[in-house]
Ligand binder design. Structure first.
Ligand code: DX5
Ligand code: ZN
Length: 215
């Protein structure tokens, strides 16, 4: 499968959000990656439902919503209603992960589970058949612009071995850029999230296309 690219809007220029969304529409990006942070699960607050709703009005590609929040189960329906297509919750934030996943799917969204750098992939073993995506955090969540943690390659490879007929996608999130993307794909990533390396570059559209056209 050709890898997918999901630009992270966290690094976009919010003074002209519409322009940034349109730029992603016009690029070869596959999804929009939207990082929702609550200041509790992670030490930062980003944006919430009204912004996701606004982006959904302009976006012509699926919304991949990454919830870095406590008690995500309280917000599943709300994110469905503002346009999320894929809803990813953190393993570390869910006491009853199976129930949360069922609930996401009942609300007609694809279900994703994200794991922090310290969380081993084999903890997901019993739930892999139920989910559509695993988001391997390659930085500690909370901020854009951090460096890719090299140990992530081992995690991607381990998780790729647990795939049964490509039943879930492996997404890698944090510190992805044009220089390390090829190696990340080689390790087994299906979806690359890229924030700073796209939006802080001189030409974000071509930065997206360059990552997409790597083989
Ligand atoms: C980090 C977020 C990432 C972030 C990636 O907590 O989950 O999606 O936006 O940004 P870069 O690509 O700048 O590391
Ligand atoms: Zn993210």
């Amino acid at each position: 499968m050709k890898h997918l690219v999901a630009p992270s809007i966290l690094a976009a220029n919010f003074n002209n959000l519409d322009k940034e969304v349109k730029l992603v529409n016009n690029s070869q990006a596959d999804w929009f990656h939207l990082d929702v942070m609550d200041g509790l699960f992670v030490p930062n607050i980003s944006f919430g439902i009204p912004i996701v709703k606004h982006i959904n009005k302009i976006a012509k590609k699926p919304l991949d919503v990454h919830l870095m929040i406590e008690n995500p189960s309280n917000y599943i329906e709300k994110f469905k209603n503002c346009g999320a297509d894929i809803l990813t919750v953190h393993y570390e934030a869910c006491k009853h992960l199976h129930r949360v996943i069922e609930n996401i799917k009942k609300n007609n969204m694809k279900a994703g589970v994200a794991i922090n750098p310290h969380t081993p992939v084999n903890l997901l073993k019993e739930i892999l058949k139920d989910i559509d995506l695993v988001c391997i955090m390659s930085v500690n969540p909370g901020f854009g612009g951090q460096s890719f943690i090299l140990q992530t390659h081992e995690k991607i490879k381990k998780l790729a071995k647990l795939k049964i007929e490509n039943n879930f996608l492996i997404e890698v999130d944090g510190g992805v850029n044009i220089d390390n993307a090829k190696e990340i794909i080689k390790s087994g990533a299906d979806v690359l999230v890229a924030g700073s390396s796209v939006f802080k570059s001189e030409n974000p559209e071509s930065a997206i296309d360059k990552i997409k056209n790597l083989s």
